[in-house]
Design a protein around this ligand. Structure first.
Ligand SMILES: *Cc1c(COP(=O)(O)O)cnc(C)c1O
Length: 368
């Protein structure tokens, strides 16, 4: 049995003996969920090793992992993850959005971090298996969802530096409320000039925990300067926009163009980003993926050529950026209302995800 064997993995389903009661679950789902603090009763685990390939697929009670203290992930950071949501439609059915794209990205991240390739069909199946037991945890309040966090870690107990020969893949899930309470509000972002998120030739295009570890100090600097997010520039010249710590960025021009930084090798290719590019083309907007100098942003906002800026990612969907601040400068107005194009794109995307608009690109996959 190798990891390329095409027979689907057989799951064992081991129901939790301490699952929350329907009353407890309802109380949790009707409270303030926030993001990533509450988890469902079960999780998925699949093991991999060099000799057997993928094996031992289980749905089991959510709970602590048991790891050898020499496990490679704890020493050399061999970890990758994904973020994808389940949406409850008005008829009660449960859907997810472009899961094959996440499965393919997990494979690209795995290749960069020398972790094993989980077949894309098994990635999608892992979400389905978890929903089969935890479907009642998908909330139904407006703009709420169940956020899946699939991740893979190197588990081999060996301190030598080489690709691990054993790994674990897991999926946990967290019910999430509307990201913005009381309506979408523009945020302020901080331009990081002293730190980069990723290096040329580094792991910026892989969705790995290490990139986030590197972003926390600049994120702290952003908070200290009254901003909620940090913006990174290219790591070579420190001149061109890359992205935020966990979201891609778009600029809307007065003449109707939509511009986003081209994939540079150090930018994470967001599925929200590529979906927005498609929706904008569908609307007949001129779309540009190219280098965008930070000076173009500053001058464009000052002159009025750039009318809106927004960030995007699965968790918050589309977040208007009201203000950009950095050492000794500030552009934009945090109190101005969110832009029209930003809000129209946000609505169009969420309408598709929640089944309120036709899924003309076949992006939705039914899970339950
Ligand atoms: C996950 C992520 C994004 C957004 O990707 P989506 O697929 O749209 O959720 C953007 N930047 C980084 C660094 C990320 O990790």
């Amino acid at each position: 049995m190798s990891s390329s064997a095409s027979a689907p993995l057989a799951y064992r389903v081991l129901p939790s003996d301490h699952a929350r009661s329907p009353e407890q679950r309802t109380a949790i789902l009707s409270g303030d969920l926030g993001f990533g603090r509450t988890f469902t009763d079960h999780m998925v685990s699949i093991q991999w090793d060099k000799a057997q390939g993928w094996h031992d697929a289980r749905v089991h009670a959510y709970g602590p992992l048991s790891l050898d203290p020499a496990a490679a992930v704890l020493h050399y950071g061999q970890e990758i993850f994904e973020g994808i949501k389940a949406y409850r439609h008005a008829d009660g059915s449960i859907w997810t959005f472009r899961p094959e794209a996440n499965g393919e990205r997990l494979q690209r991240s795995a290749a960069r971090l020398t972790l094993p390739q989980l077949p894309v069909a098994e990635f999608v199946e892992s979400l389905r298996q978890l929903i089969a037991v935890d479907h009642a945890w998908v909330p139904s309040a407006p703009e709420s969802s169940l956020y899946f966090r699939p991740f893979m870690i190197a588990t081999e107990a060996f301190l030598g530096v080489r690709p691990a020969q054993a790994a674990g893949y897991h999926v946990i899930a967290s019910p999430a409320g509307a990201y913005f309470h009381g309506g979408v509000k523009p945020v302020s972002i901080w331009l990081s000039e002293d730190y980069a998120r990723a290096a040329k030739g580094g792991t910026g295009a892989a969705k790995c925990g290490g990139n986030y570890a590197a972003s926390l100090l600049p994120q702290q600097e952003a908070h200290a300067n009254g901003c909620s997010q940090v913006l990174f520039l290219d790591p070579v010249e420190g001149k061109y926009l890359e992205e935020l710590g966990g979201m891609n960025v778009f600029l809307v021009y007065r003449d109707g163009r939509l511009v986003t930084p081209a994939l540079s090798g150090s930018i994470l290719e967001g599925i929200t980003r590529s979906s927005i590019l498609q929706l904008a083309r569908d609307r007949g907007m001129a779309v540009e993926e190219r280098q965008v100098a930070i000076d173009e942003w500053k001058a464009g906002v000052a002159s009025g050529d750039i009318t809106e800026v927004f960030a995007c990612g699965t968790a918050a969907v589309v977040t208007p950026i009201g203000q950009l601040k950095g050492k000794g400068f500030s552009v934009g107005d945090l109190n101005a209302p969110a832009g029209e194009v930003t809000m129209a794109i946000r609505k169009e995307l969420t309408d598709i995800q929640y089944g309120r608009a036709p899924d003309r690109h076949g992006w939705l996959v039914r899970l339950y």
